[in-house]
Ligand binder design. Structure first.
Ligand code: SF4
Length: 261
């Protein structure tokens, strides 16, 4: 994809949504960190439902430790992998207390040293809480980057590197949110909503979905072509049958002549 197309894509996303936000509910870097940690293999809605009660009781690392693993587990029991996640929340809070005075660190190395915090989670926290340029490539960003050809890559690291390299500078800080939202609501996994997509003319995906009217036009055209081809083969059959009849007549004539002799 050429740079001008990328520029136009992000300009359109920005015009449609100038301040894109994460859909996770949080009031501090600490709450964001815990929410992102809980969001692995879970929807933002399910995480928000669980953290509402959790953060009402414990909105700091110290309070979370006081609450204890069993209560954390109880609050997040509706989320997948809640046993492991409850354990990681408590371990993370212990490290935050011991090494960082209860404050969420704003560097990748310290974040990735926390239990349950991988590169993607660290990127979300760095970008969303601390407004640093970082690309947290999840399944949506990976799909959109590849389909559109904004930043094609065979794995998340390659896509992350290409996004950092190719996304125009003015849009780097919020690119992660626009890409996620586009993948979540428009360029969805199974059947992308290409007919509703505001970047369809710039996207380089070869198998874009078609509108219902375009589909029915195509069906009609296919039907028309089939009729023509049916007619042609019927005509060809007729010709062959006709030839056979003539050939049959000639044979009979020959036999008749032979009989007379
Ligand atoms: S045109 Fe289709 S494939 Fe391309 S970004 Fe839009 S929804 Fe995705």
């Amino acid at each position: 994809m050429n740079p001008s197309k990328r520029e136009q894509i992000f300009a359109r996303w920005k015009a449609a949504n100038p301040n894109p936000q994460t859909e996770l509910a949080y009031n501090s870097p600490f709450e964001l960190l815990i929410s992102v940690l809980l969001s692995a293999q879970a929807t933002d809605v399910s995480v928000n439902n669980a953290t509402k009660g959790l953060y009402a009781e414990a909105d700091t690392a110290a309070k979370m430790l006081e609450l204890g693993e069993a209560r954390v587990r109880h609050h997040i029991r509706t989320i997948g992998l809640f046993n492991t996640k409850a354990r990681n929340v408590i371990k993370t809070c212990q490290i935050l207390q011991e090494r960082h005075g209860g404050v969420v660190p704003d560097d990748r190395e310290s974040l990735e040293a926390l239990p349950g915090v991988g590169r993607k989670t660290a990127n979300v926290v760095l970008n969303t809480a601390f407004r640093q340029i970082a690309m947290a490539v999840d399944t949506h960003i990976f799909r959109v980057s590849n389909r559109t050809a904004i930043a094609p890559g065979k794995d998340v690291i390659e896509v992350e590197k290409k996004l950092l390299k190719f996304v125009p500078e003015d849009y780097l800080l919020d690119a992660h949110h626009w890409l996620i939202l586009h993948g979540r609501y428009v360029c969805v996994a199974r059947t992308p909503k290409c007919t509703e997509c505001n970047i369809a003319d710039l996207c380089e995906f070869k198998k874009k979905t078609k509108s219902e009217s375009a589909k029915s036009r195509q069906k009609k055209k296919a039907g028309g072509l089939k009729k023509v081809s049916d007619k042609l083969s019927a005509a060809a059959n007729k010709k062959v049958t006709g030839k056979k009849k003539v050939a049959g007549k000639k044979t009979l004539k020959k036999k008749a002549v032979a009989g007379k002799q």
